[in-house]
Each structure stands twice: as C-alpha cells, then as structure tokens.
Design a protein around this ligand. Structure first.
Ligand SMILES: Nc1nc2c(ncn2[C@@H]2O[C@H](COP(=O)(O)OP(=O)(O)OP(=O)(O)O)[C@@H](O)[C@H]2O)c(=O)[nH]1
Length: 645
C-alpha cells in the first residue's frame, strides 16, 4: 500500500511528462526475448499486414485494439488495463483518443507467423490529421461501426478517405452485444451508402471479445501485404514523431524498401540533413530495441533530430549519398482555428516556446508563428484543426510540460480585399489574410471581406430534424442536400461559415438531438461576407486581446454577451469600472462594476497583527497575478473565461 502511494505520488507525475515513458510503465507486462526479436526480422514481406482501425467517435476502436493486443499476446489477458494505446493523461481523462498509436503484433495463422502493424486512430474530426498520416503507412483499414448507432458523420468521412487512398476496407460491426443493436439495419445502411456487400461485414463485440479473432484473420486474408522490396536501398516514410527527455526526437518510420541498421547514416529528403541512427526499436506496444529494421515494418528511429523543422511528417528518409525516388508523403491538414498564446509572465517566454515546440513534434497539425500584443507582450499565433484540438493541445502543454499560458479568443482566418493604396503598398498586395483582430484595418480601407466556409455533413434521427435545421439556420447555414439513410435517420449537408461551427456547434448539435446527431465537415474555400471588429473598452481604454471579429448580424448579441461576462468575472475594485463593447465609435453594450474595497482582514476583528499582515500580503500577491489596464486589474481567469467562447 505504502509503495503504491509512493509510486503514484513521485513516479506517476514523472511518467506522465513523457508519453513514451508512460507507455513503457503501463505496458511492461511483455518483454521480448532475442528469439522473438529475430522473428520480427525474419518474417517475409508477404506475411506483413499494415492496417488502421478507423471509426466515428466512441464506436470502439481502442477497445478493439485492446482485444487484438490480448489475442496476439502483446499484453496479458485480464490485465485489468483498458484503452492501452490511449496512453496520454489527456486521453485517459477525456476518454477519447487524440493521438494515433502503433503496435507491432505477431499472430500465427494457417501455420504461418504474421506481423501485423496496427494503428489505433482518433475518431473526432479535430484529430483527422492523425488519421490522414496513419493511412499513409497502411494498405488497409478496419472500418468499425457501432451496431446500435449505425453509420455516423465520421464513418462517412472515414470511408471516403480510405477509398480515396485506395485502401482495402474490412467493414466490422461492433457492440453487437447491446440490447438495441440492430446489425441487419446497419448492414443495410452500409449497402445503401457505400455499396458494401452485407456478406462481407464482420459482427463483433470488442468489449466481450466475441468474433474478434475473425477480425485478425480477415485482415490477413483481405488486406494485401506491403509492396516492399528488401533488396533495394533503404527508403522510409516518416509518419510520426515525438520528443523524449533523454533521447530527443524519436521518429516513427514505415520502411518501404531496404533495411536500416543502428549506426547507418541517413538523410532527410526535405532538409538534406544527415544523421547517424543511434537507436532502432519496434513498438510491441512497449518499445523493444532492435538492431535492424526491414522493409514492410514500422519502427522507431532515434537519430538526434532536434525539432519539428528537422523531423517533418511525410518526409522520406534514405541512406546518405544514395539517391532514391521520394515517397508520396502527405500534406498536413490546414489549420482552421487560430489563437494567440502568450506566457503569463514574459520571463517564461523561452520555456513556453520550448514546450510548444516539443509538443508540435507530436502534433504536426499545429502551426506556429510569432506574434505580439501590446498588453500580453511577445507570444505566438497557433493554428489548430478545431476548438477541441486547441483545448487538448493547451491541456497537454500544462500536463506534460507544466506550462500555463494565456490563450486568446480562437478565430478563423479571414481574407480581406484592400482598397486603400497606402495599405496595399504596406502589405505589398491587394489581398491579405488575417485571424488576429488586432490587425483588422479600418472599414473604409477594405473593398470586400471573405470568410472560410465548410460543407457540413450531419446524420440525425428524423425526429430531431426540425431542431437540427433551426440550429444550422441560426448558424447562417444553407442547406445543400438531404437524403434518407433508412426509415429512422437522415443525412443532411449544409454550407456553413467556419466561424459559426468552430466554437460550440458540436455541443449545440448534441444538445438539440439528445446526443444522437453527428457532424463532420470539409473545407469549401472562401466566400464573401460582412464582418466588423468588436472592440472592448475598460474605462474608455481598449483591451486589444479581448477584441474579436464578428459577423454583422451577430455583433449586437456578442457585444452584450461579452460585456455581461466581463462584469461577472472581473472582481469589484477600488474604482468604478465601465465596460463597453463598441464597433468604431458606436457603443453596442455597456456594463458597470461598482467600486468596492475588499477587506480581507475584516473577519479578524482587529486582533492578531501577524495574521492580519499575512492576509494582506496574500491579497497583494493575488493582485500581482492580475493584469492592470487603465487601473483596472483583470485576473488571469477573466481572460481565459471570456476568451474561451
Ligand atoms: N457494449 C459494448 N460496449 C463497447 C464495445 N466496444 C466498446 N464499447 C464501449 O464503448 C465506449 C467507447 O469505446 P472506445 O474503445 O473508447 O471507442 P473509440 O472509438 O476508441 O473512441 P475515440 O477514440 O474517442 O473515438 C467505451 O465505453 C467502451 O467500453 C462493445 O463491443 N460492446
């Protein structure tokens, strides 16, 4: 008991800091012997299968991955651990996968030993970059569908993604144990929407293990082996990387050709820099050192790359001074939402930058550009694929790197066509892109505004259709199509402005449909719009980091909402505070916080002087943490809570 407590107090925080350390700790049931390692190396390409499990959120990907790990002996059955590949603290706390994870498994089938490289992927649309990069290292996918919920928005997106990459799809219905499961209905949906023959659909319960062995066998039977040639020179696709405290950057590589040995000199095709291979390992799923990797395999390479500028996802690695044709990499998804990230104290600037750069290594979809704010100092503008992506990234910054930055209101990138010749010559072009309200030009200097739009796919039970349509209309959506999936469910497609969906659309959709509707979207480019900059003034002084870009039809309600929330979160102070939300010189909303002196020592009835001094000192320290604008002290939490939405 005492040992358990000591471990959880002292060791756990350390292990959380490095995801790979934590992986090792929680997966240490299985140590490979030299004999087993040799087996990995000796498996012919024809007996290798590389596949991902893809599905809508919560359809059971990680649970199926757990069963596959158990079946292949990679972890012990009934080990009491679940969601083994969801190793990050944020994943376990939120119960979602945010980072794709790989496991190399050995499985005997029809007198042959197979090497199965499995990738468990996230389901949420905000982490689609993980799915994209995972599919580049696969020849096939297991498309998992909940036999109760049926086809959902991400099932549609995932199916088309796998199809576009020419991957073999093994359709699997999960959760057939549920009372309300209706596998026949879902098979019909798969037939109607994707022309999938019902006879090819497997039926399993990942939770109870029913039919799971069949999945492994069908993966072997249906998914082709990699087209890899071990006699050629080494060529590998870098498709994931992360940072480890003592070994630096580690790269996950899919070997397309040849072999790689510890000590080899390798070169990056994109940067032309060369490195010595210091370590090689396979993930079983615990990291298992190995002296050689051969074509067809997926392995971890440690070669002292420094950061995400050297370790580029989608890069081709090859032997130094050996010319090879680069592999078709893949472009990371373009970020959709941007937010300013600033250190709470400028003294933490370098530490925060290091933390952000380390985290970007594990999440290549995040973009980083330097930025500065008159109030918050030097910082960065970070691009994310969505709000959940941003929240998870910030949570990881805090949990894995101990950083607690100030994050400004998320915004999309607008396109502006300028008409003021002076501005045009300053920017050097007619059209500019901006996501930071601070740089928003005067209305008279702009000819036309454009905003990014998306095609949203919503799958909803028919009974909620009215509410879902009302929500889309409220979000300035325009319906494009509507089709029945079956008697009970409908798929509608909407043209929607991105700014309307990034913040709370998903939550609202779940609320109006009792959690049953699902949503996915794809970019549709820029479209003409009518936007303004909403400024926030405290006692007549603008607070730049609270300003935002808003559509004209929404500006009044947003102004009232922000003014109200500021009133709720800024504590009463010695002076009266006037909060104004304005567009230009026009005030759209106003709130007032009355003056007040908080006497923290009142409860002491004047008695103990030392206690009185201590309380006053604590109060003074609390004030230091606040930011002062025109004599108004704004607590750190105010920025966070007001900027959040
Ligand atoms: N009854 C039943 N529940 C299941 C089954 N498979 C998974 N679940 C449950 O479904 C929930 C979601 O499972 P996960 O494995 O986390 O789903 P996921 O697809 O990995 O989720 P994300 O990675 O967040 O997209 C968990 O509560 C599982 O216990 C099944 O076969 N039967």
């Amino acid at each position: 008991m005492i040992i358990k407590r000591l471990v959880s107090r002292y060791l756990k925080p350390y292990f959380w800091k490095s995801e790979q350390n934590w992986l090792r700790l929680c997966r240490c049931q299985h140590y490979s012997t030299n004999k087993e390692i040799e087996e990995y190396l000796n498996i012919p390409v024809e007996q290798v299968r590389n596949f991902s499990i893809i599905a809508h959120v919560d359809h059971g990907k990680s649970t199926l991955a757990d069963r596959l790990l158990e079946l292949t002996g990679a972890v012990k059955k009934n080990s009491g651990k679940s969601q083994i590949l969801d190793s990050l603290q944020v994943e376990q706390e939120r119960g979602i996968t945010v980072k794709a994870q790989t496991a190399s498994l050995l499985y005997d089938y029809k007198d042959k030993r197979y090497l199965l490289n499995l990738i468990d992927t996230p389901g949420h649309v905000d982490f689609c970059n993980e799915v994209y990069r995972s599919l580049a290292a696969c020849e096939g996918v297991v498309l998992l569908v909940d036999a109760n919920q049926g086809v959902q928005a991400q099932t549609v997106a995932n199916f088309h993604l796998a199809k576009s990459k020419d991957l073999t799809i093994v359709p699997v219905l999960n959760k057939v144990d549920l009372k309300n499961a209706d596998p026949d209905r879902v098979c019909l949906e798969l037939l109607t929407l994707f022309s999938i023959d019902p006879d090819t659909v497997l039926r399993i319960s990942a939770k109870f293990g029913t039919g799971v062995e069949n999945v492994l066998q069908e993966v072997i039977e249906r998914i082709p082996h990699p087209q890899a040639d071990r006699s050629k020179h080494f060529r590998g696709l870098l498709f994931d990387s992360w940072y480890e405290q003592y070994r630096g950057t580690l790269n996950l590589i899919y070997l397309k050709d040849g072999q790689l040995n510890v000590g080899d000199e390798i070169t990056s095709h994109l940067t032309n820099k060369s490195y010595e291979v210091k370590s090689l390992s396979i993930l079983t799923p615990a990291e298992t050192p190995i002296h050689q990797l051969v074509a067809g395999q997926v392995g971890l390479v440690g070669c002292n790359m420094k950061n995400s500028k050297e370790s580029i996802i989608g890069d081709t690695l090859h032997l130094k001074n050996v010319k090879v044709e680069p592999l078709t990499g893949f472009k990371p998804q373009q970020p959709m939402v941007f937010a300013g990230v600033y250190p709470a104290d400028q003294a933490q600037h370098v530490a925060l930058r290091t933390a952000i750069e380390k985290l970007i290594l594990t999440d290549s979809a995040v973009t980083l550009t330097p930025d500065s704010s008159p109030a918050l100092g030097q910082g960065w503008r970070l691009g994310f694929l969505g709000l959940l992506h941003m929240e998870v990234f910030c949570q990881r910054l805090e949990q894995e790197h101990g950083a607690e930055p100030i994050i400004t209101a998320p915004s999309v990138t607008y396109k502006l066509k300028l008409k003021n010749p002076k501005l045009i010559s300053t920017y050097g072009e007619h059209t500019i892109y901006l996501s930071n309200p601070t740089h928003f030009p005067n209305e008279k200097d702009v000819e036309e505004y454009f905003e990014p739009c998306v095609k949203g796919t919503i799958v909803t039970p028919t009974e909620y259709l009215g509410d879902v349509i009302a929500l889309c209309v409220n979000k300035r959506g325009v319906q494009q199509s509507c089709s029945n999936i079956d008697d009970l469910r409908i798929m509608i497609k909407y043209f929607l402005p991105l700014s309307e969906i990034v913040l709370d659309f998903h939550d609202k959709l779940k609320a109006v449909s009792s959690g049953y509707a699902s949503f996915d979207y794809e970019p549709l480019g820029y479209h003409s719009t009518d936007i303004v900059k909403l400024n926030i003034h405290l006692n007549g002084n603008p607070v730049e980091e609270l300003s935002r870009i808003v559509h004209k039809t929404k500006v009044n309600s947003v102004a009232r909402d922000i003014a109200f929330r500021l009133k709720e979160t800024i504590p009463r102070q010695m002076i009266q505070i006037a909060i104004q939300a304005c567009v230009g010189s026009k005030v759209l909303a106003r709130e007032t916080i009355k003056a007040y002196r908080k006497d923290v020592t009142a409860k002491l009835y004047g008695g103990d002087v030392t206690r009185r001094m201590k309380l006053l000192k604590q109060q003074a320290e609390g004030k230091k943490k606040m930011r002062s604008i025109a004599n108004v002290r704004i607590p750190h939490e105010t920025f966070i809570s007001v900027l959040r939405k």
